[in-house]
Design a protein around this ligand. Sequence first.
Ligand code: ZN
Length: 205
Amino acid sequence: MYFVKTPWWLRSVYPSLTWKIPTKENQVFLTFDDGPHKTITPFVLNTLKKYNAKATFFCIGKNVESNPAIVKQILNEGHSIGNHTYNHLNGWKTNNEVYLKDVMKAKEVIHSKLFRPPYGRIRRYQIQHIQKSFDIIMWGVLSGDFDVSLSPQQCLQYVVENTKPGSVVVFHDSEKAFSRLEYVLPKALQYFHEKGWKCKQIEFA
Ligand SMILES: [Zn+2]
């Protein structure tokens, strides 16, 4: 199971992680996990461009190695990137040493001080070590685009109902999510545009 909107008590268990971004302006922070992907990431970039929206891409190290030109394009277009481990490891199921080595291996190809744990699953020991080099960016809203049991319309509804200024919203530039993402992303961007909200990339604090 997962929470579409991150509950307050979960944020309070891990107060040193970033759950939302303090902002006085009407800014929202869209994030795309698990890429880069050779066709889906360019779709995301083109869609963002139509709305002059910026975002943050939490990349998997091995995908960066197979799609280096797309990472360059992400950065050239003014977005930011973050580390999402090299092999998309689950911190709860992975030995600490193996996990931290995987993060460092990804760091060699992803030049960023932002980190997001795959599945949001990370142990306190891992947090303590990773925070020496990274801001750990969690989220406030999960679009559910990865959930094959959801309709695209339900995903859009989740995003629209839960996103507020300062929200960090999770999408996925992955094959599994694409049939929902393709529908949700343009409509969500249109909704934010109508609200007068600006989509900004996350920068290392
Ligand atoms: Zn992921």
